[in-house]
Design a protein around this ligand. Structure first.
Ligand SMILES: [Zn+2]
Length: 336
């Protein structure tokens, strides 16, 4: 009888799922189903079971061959309990999702948040010589995770560590105010680098006379759509798009300098949708620029070998399957 370990990555819209065998090799292909998170956790549990069955069927395997599950959720969680709602239905909060799903399916389950899961995934996709790995993903918000040298995930005493989006940065809007964050506070780095921030910034810029002839200023489409198109403009070297992404990258780098001072990770991996764009090399340069402004020289270059970067920056390599893979590897570690 084979022994498999499943990684189930629950997102706001879909569940991405993958199996690894006892050697840690991916078995079969990834399966994606709707997550139905807004309909309550029971609806999502049914989807998770469906994903598992779709993973197992092509292998001719049964659920009894799944020895452990790694589950990640798009919300802060601790010891299997969701602490914050975000874009989930209310009944997720305060509920021990890990234990309920484990009882329902009869398999041990480990649960963490999506940033932690992707951090482990990115670590496991690299050679093992990596020291620490700090992962950040600008998207709807700004998620993050930290993998210790040797591969252990650092989740903190309560599983609440690495909420990196909400460290504060000293940048003001043009009206002299700190931007409001989705968490309710002001001045969080997420309020500068997220997709929501991109829309706000675009609205402000398009109101200026200097862009009145810009294609996006003349377009009637909603700002959500314009913000989505901003990436293709940046790829063409458009001045407005470049200005907006440059500022985002710079502020992300500035915040990363503070995190690097705390964790000294050696490697910073940036995930999220920007990793797939044609201007990602320029974006990474902007991140480095912000980082170098804030970080002391020793975090940039080694005093022993000035050619050697103390802190390296790389794009994520796992794409949108990193979190599911990471959780499958965690399940194999814990339950194998
Ligand atoms: Zn915040």
């Amino acid at each position: 009888m084979a022994r498999y370990f499943a990684g189930l990555d629950v997102g706001g819209t879909t569940v991405k799922s993958v199996l690894v065998d006892e050697k840690g090799e991916v078995a079969g292909s990834m399966v994606e189903v709707r997550s139905h998170v807004k309909e309550g956790y029971e609806a999502t549990f049914a989807q998770l079971e469906s994903a598992l069955d779709q993973l197992l069927a092509p292998l001719g395997a049964s659920r009894s061959e799944v020895r452990g599950i790694g589950l990640d959720v798009p919300a802060p969680s601790s010891h299997g309990v969701i602490w914050g709602q975000a874009n989930l239905a209310k009944n997720w909060v305060g509920c021990n999702i890990r234990d309920r799903f484990s009882e329902r399916i009869g398999v041990p389950v480990h649960m963490t948040n999506d940033g932690n899961a992707a951090a482990v995934g990115e670590y496991s996709l690299r050679h093992k010589g990596v020291g620490g790995l700090l992962f950040v993903a600008p998207g709807t918000g700004l998620g993050g995770g930290f993998v210790l040298p040797g591969g252990g995930l650092y989740e903190g005493a309560n599983g609440l560590a690495l909420e990196v989006g909400h460290i504060s940065v000293p940048f003001l809007e043009e009206d002299g105010e700190l931007p409001t964050c989705a968490c309710g506070w002001k001045g969080c780095v997420e309020a500068w680098v997220s997709l929501v921030a991109l829309r706000r910034r675009l609205r402000v810029e398009l109101a200026k006379s200097k862009w009145e002839d810009h294609e996006l200023a003349r377009s009637e489409s909603p700002v959500e759509e314009k913000a989505f198109r901003l990436r293709e403009f940046a790829e063409k070297g458009d001045a407005l798009a470049t200005e907006i992404f440059q500022r985002q990258g710079h502020i992300l780098g500035y915040a990363l300098a503070d995190l690097v001072r705390v964790f000294d990770p050696g490697l910073v991996v940036i995930g999220g949708g920007l990793a797939e764009t044609g201007f990602r090399d320029r974006y990474l340069d902007w991140v480095r620029g912000g980082f170098q402004e804030r970080a002391w020289p020793m975090y940039v270059h080694s005093p022993i070998d000035p050619e050697k970067a103390t802190t390296r920056f790389e794009w994520a390599v796992g794409g949108d399957s990193a979190a599911a893979l990471g959780m499958a590897f965690v399940a194999r570690e814990l339950f194998g």
